[in-house]
Design a protein around this ligand. Structure first.
Ligand code: ZN
Length: 154
């Protein structure tokens, strides 16, 4: 069976950034299972998996625009240092969890100047082209129940 709309796809993946650094990998863990055609994985990966068969190994380059999108400079904003826990280490690269309008939001400290901390609400992978190595483990038709729920059952 080939990867197509409404199939349950199980795959192993390794994703690398532009410098070849490994950003994430399912190897050594359980493979990822998702419902194809339901926007559960990044669009550039989903579209390129279309038609792949179980057992296939694919190298897939996904431009930033089809991954986590462009970096938006307006999502970097200043916050007074006094708003942070005094014990917190305020250095660039440190991530802060907060509650956004649509659920939890990860903010990254990108700068500290005097009494001001600059936070970046862009996704940590925004603006980055991604290279995936994918092994398709299995492909099967999703059950009517899975389609009704919009996710795969174990
Ligand atoms: Zn369910």
């Amino acid at each position: 069976m080939k990867v197509a709309q409404d199939t349950a796809v199980t795959l192993h993946y390794t994703v690398k950034g532009p410098d070849g650094q490994v950003l994430d990998s399912s190897l050594g863990r359980d493979p990822l299972t998702y419902l194809h055609g339901h926007q559960q994985i990044i669009p550039g990966l989903e579209s390129r998996l279309e038609g792949a068969e179980a057992g296939a190994s694919l190298e897939i380059h996904v431009p930033a625009a089809e991954a986590y999108g462009a970096k938006h400079p307006e999502l970097v904003f200043p916050v007074p240092k006094a708003q942070f826990d005094p014990d917190m280490e305020l250095t660039p690269g440190v991530q802060v969890m907060t509650q956004g309008d649509h659920g939890p939001l990860v903010l990254t400290i990108v700068g500290v100047e005097g009494d001001t901390v600059y936070l970046d609400a862009n996704h940590p992978l925004a603006g980055i082209d991604l290279d995936f190595s994918v092994q398709v483990v299995s492909v099967r038709a999703a059950t009517p129940e899975e389609l009704a729920h919009g996710h795969v059952h174990g």
